[in-house]
Design a protein around this ligand. Structure first.
Ligand SMILES: [Mg+2]
Length: 368
C-alpha cells in the first residue's frame, strides 16, 4: 500500500458515558461514571479506531481537529498530522481535554495505518516482546473490606502477580486497608499503592516506611501531588529500599515527562497514550525512558497499550484498571484478557485488533 497515496475520506467522534459497577474513589476524586471518546477514520475499505477516557467535550473538539487537519490527508503522514493538530491547539491550551482529543485521533491514525499495511500494530512499530505484563488495578477507597479482598484476591488467584489499591481518602484507615489487601493476595503477590497525590510530603514518608516494613508494598504512586516535583524527589530519595516511586499519568506532552524525569522525581515513569499524544506520544515517552534510563509503565486503557507495550523497549507493565477493562471487554470486539498476568496481542488481526461495538454502546451515547 505504501506509495499508493491513500486519503482519509471521512471522520467521526462520539462520547459515551458508562456508569461504574459500584461507587469509586481514590485519594483525591470520586466518580460514578466514566466517559469514553471513540474516534473513527475511514479510508478505502478500512476504519481506524482510536479512543480516550476524558470529558465529553473531547468529542466535538476531536471532530473539529479532524475536519481541519485530517480529512483528505494521507494517513501514513502521522508526524505531519500530529504536529499540525498540536499547533492548532496553542491558543486554547494543549493539555487536558485538548491532549486527550489529539491522542484519540493519533491512535486511530496508527490503527488505520497498520490496517492499510495488513499488519498488527506491534509489528508496524517494531516488536520487542510477545506479550505485555499487567498489574490488576482498583481497590477503590469506597470499597468495603470484602470488595477489596474479592477484587485483589481474585486477580492474584487468576495468576496476576501484582495488584494495586487506592489510598489517601481516609489516611487513618490506610494501614488497616493495606493489611486487608496483603492478607487477601498472600506473600507471593506484589502489592502497590496509589495515593493520587493525597498525602503531604512528610505524611507520605511516614506511610512509605510503614507500607514497606509492615506490608512489603513495593510501589508508591503519586505519594504527593504530581505537580510537586520536589516533593516526589524527597520521597524517591528517602523511601525505603524495595519501594519504587511512580508518577506521570498526567503527562500531556513529552516535555512534561522530560521535566519530571530531569527533576529526578520518579523511579518509574508512567505514561498514558490516551493523554500524552497517542501512539506517537507514547513512543516518544518510551524513547525518553530509554535514554535516561528509567523503566516505563503504561497507565490504564489496556487495549490501546497492549500493542505499544509489546513494541516499547523499556517496559515494566501495563495497568489493567478495573473500570477500563470492564468497559473495553463490554464494548471492544477483540478485547484481550491476560493469561497468567500477561496480555498477548492477536497477531492475526491487523491494527490494534479491536473493533468498537457501536450498537451495544448506543445506550451510553452522549448528546454532544
Ligand atoms: Mg494513578
Amino acid at each position: 500500500m505504501i506509495g499508493s497515496d491513500p486519503k482519509i475520506e471521512e471522520t467521526s467522534a462520539a462520547a459515551y458515558t458508562i456508569p461504574t459497577d459500584a461507587p469509586e474513589a481514590d485519594g483525591t476524586f470520586a466518580w460514578d461514571s466514566t466517559t469514553l471518546i471513540v474516534v473513527k477514520l475511514h479510508c478505502e475499505k478500512y476504519t481506524g479506531v482510536g479512543y480516550t477516557y476524558s470529558h465529553m467535550t473531547a468529542a466535538p473538539l476531536a471532530r473539529e481537529l479532524m475536519k481541519k487537519h485530517v480529512e483528505g490527508q494521507n494517513p501514513y503522514n502521522t508526524n505531519v498530522l500530529f504536529s499540525n493538530m498540536r499547533k492548532a491547539q496553542r491558543n486554547y491550551g494543549r493539555d487536558g481535554v485538548a491532549a486527550t482529543a489529539l491522542s484519540a485521533i493519533d491512535v486511530a491514525l496508527w490503527d488505520l495505518r497498520a490496517k492499510l499495511m495488513g499488519k498488527p500494530l506491534c509489528q508496524v512499530l517494531g516488536q520487542m516482546r510477545d506479550g505485555a505484563p499487567v498489574y490488576g488495578s482498583g481497590g477503590f477507597t469506597t470499597y468495603s473490606d470484602k470488595q477489596l479482598r474479592n477484587q485483589l484476591g481474585g486477580w492474584a488467584s487468576d495468576g496476576i502477580p501484582r495488584v494495586k489499591m487506592k489510598v489517601g481518602t481516609h489516611p487513618e484507615d490506610d494501614l488497616r486497608r493495606v493489611k486487608v489487601a496483603r492478607d487477601a493476595v498472600g506473600d507471593s503477590t506484589e502489592l502497590f499503592v496509589d495515593a493520587n497525590g493525597a498525602y503531604s510530603r512528610k505524611q507520605a514518608l511516614w506511610f512509605a516506611e510503614r507500607f514497606v516494613s509492615e506490608y512489603r508494598v513495593s510501589w508508591f504512586e503519586e505519594p504527593v501531588s504530581s505537580d510537586d516535583l520536589a516533593g516526589l524527589r524527597l520521597l524517591r530519595n528517602r523511601a525505603p529500599a524495595g519501594m519504587d516511586i511512580a508518577a506521570g499519568e498526567y503527562g500531556w506532552t513529552a516535555m512534561y515527562l522530560r521535566n519530571m524525569i530531569e527533576a529526578e522525581s520518579v523511579d518509574v515513569i508512567q505514561a498514558d497514550a490516551t493523554r500524552c499524544g497517542g501512539v506517537t506520544g507514547f513512543m516518544d515517552a518510551a524513547a525518553l525512558a530509554d535514554a535516561h534510563p528509567l523503566p516505563l509503565s503504561a497507565h490504564c486503557g489496556p487495549s490501546v497499550h497492549l500493542h505499544l507495550a509489546c513494541a516499547a523497549r523499556p517496559l515494566r507493565h501495563v495497568e489493567y484498571f478495573h473500570d477500563h477493562q470492564r468497559i473495553e471487554s463490554m464494548l471492544f470486539d477483540g478485547f484481550r484478557k491476560p493469561t497468567d498476568g500477561v496480555m498477548y496481542p492477536d497477531l492475526a488481526r491487523p491494527g490494534m485488533g479491536i473493533e468498537f461495538k457501536s450498537a451495544d454502546a448506543e445506550k451510553y451515547r452522549d448528546d454532544i
